[in-house]
Design a protein around this ligand. Sequence first.
Ligand code: GUN
Ligand code: ZN
Length: 447
Amino acid sequence: QTNQPHTNQTLYRATFMHTPASPFETPDALQVQEDGGLLVAGGVIQASGPFSELRAGHPGAEVSDLRGGLLLPGFIDTHVHYPQGRVIGGLGMPLLEWLDRNALPEEVRLADPDYARAVAQEFTRSLLQNGTTTALVFGSHFAPAVDTLFAEAERSGLRAVAGLVVSDRLLRPELHTTPQRAYEESRALIERWHGVGRQLYAVTPRFSLSASEGMLDACAALMREFQGLRFTSHINENVAEIGVVQGLFPQARDYLDTYERAGLVTRRSVLAHNVHPNDRELGAMAAHGCSAAHCPCSNSALGSGFFPLKRHLQAGVHVSLGTDVGGGTGFSMLKEGLQAYFMQQLQGEQGVSLTPAHLLYLATHAGAQALNLAHLTGDFSVGKFFDAVLIDPAPQTALRAVYAAADSPARLLAATFASGTPGDVARVWAGGDTAYQARRDLAAIHP
Ligand code: GUN
Ligand code: ZN
C-alpha cells in the first residue's frame, strides 16, 4: 500500500548494514548493526541503534521483527532502460548491431499505449522485486509511454528519475523527432511529473550519435528553464560508436565535448558507461562534478570493454552502478555488484580490489549521490526515507544455509553479493510503505 499517511511509529528489528560514508574515501565506511532497531514514522527514519535501546526509548512503537534476514538500503540503479525489459538476453552482438537488431525494434512498439502500459507495469515490478527503490530510467521515445511510466512508478512506490528519450538521426524514422517537438513534449512532461510524489525528470538525449547539435541545444534550454532537472545520456561505450560520434562532431575535442559544448555536463549529469574515456574527459567530468554510471553486466554482454574504475577514482570522477537493462542481463543490483567485482579482479594492476562494502556503497549511497538525492535516500541515516530491502533467503536454499552458518556480518554481505538473487528478496519498502513482499507460502518439495 502506498500513499497512506503514517500516524504510528514502527520499530524495525533487524541486522542492518549501510554505508553512510564512501569506502573509497573512508576505511570504516561500512556500518553494521547486529540486532538493530530502525524507528520509522511518516516514512522517515527517526532513530537508529541497538534494538534494546530503541525499544526502551520508544515503548509505544509497534515492533516489526525482521530477524533472520539482512536489511539493506533500497538499491539505486542509475542506468536502466524502461522499453528494454522484454529484450533482455540479446547476446552475441556489439552495441550498434545490438541496437539495430534487438533494442530499437522493441522500442518502436511503445508507440502503442496499451503495450507501453504493460511494459511499464512489468518494469516497475521488476525493479522493486529486485530491491531497487530509486532508478535513473531511460524512458521511451514516445511521450505517452513516458507519462505511463511515471504513473506506474508513482503508483508502485518506485522513485523514478526519468524522461522522454530524444533523437533526430540515425536510429529509425519512427523514433526520430525534431528539436522543437522534443522541447515541447519534454516541457509538458516536466510540468506534469517533475517533483510530483517521488518522481523527478531527467532530460535524456539518447546519445550524441543520434542527437544533432540542435537537439542538444534544445536539451540545454530545458535544463536552464526548469529547476532541479537531472540530465542523462550515454558516453564512450563502444569503440565503433566513438568513431561515428567523432565523424559527426568534427569540432568536438572528444565524446564528452559533444555534451560539454552544449552545457550539459554538470553536477546534475549522469553519463552511462564511459568504458573508453581519455584523460581530458575524466578531468573535465571531475571538474564539472558529473557522474559515470558503470554497467558491468552490459559491458560484458555487449563486449564493450573493461571499465577503468581506477582512472575514474584517480581523476576524482564520481561512479555509481547501473544494470543497463536490456544491454545488461537483468534488474539485480546484487548481480551488477558481483560483475563489477569480477571485472576489476580481471584487470590485475589496473583494477580496483572491491570489498563487499564497496559493492554495497556502489549499489546504494553512490547512486543517491550521483542523483543529488543523498539527503533523501541511499543509507539509513536519521532523516532519510525508509527505502529498504530485506534479504531473507527462503528455507532450504543455498544462501539460507550460508546465512545460518555465517559467523560475521561481513560474511553475510559478501555471500549476499556472491549468490543473492531476486528470490532472496523478501520485502521492499519505499518511503516507509511496503512496495513488494515475496510469497513464501509454497513449500519446496524434496523427496
Ligand atoms: N547507446 C545508445 N542507446 C543505447 C542503449 O539502448 N543501450 C546501451 N547499452 N547503449 C546505448
Ligand atoms: Zn544504456
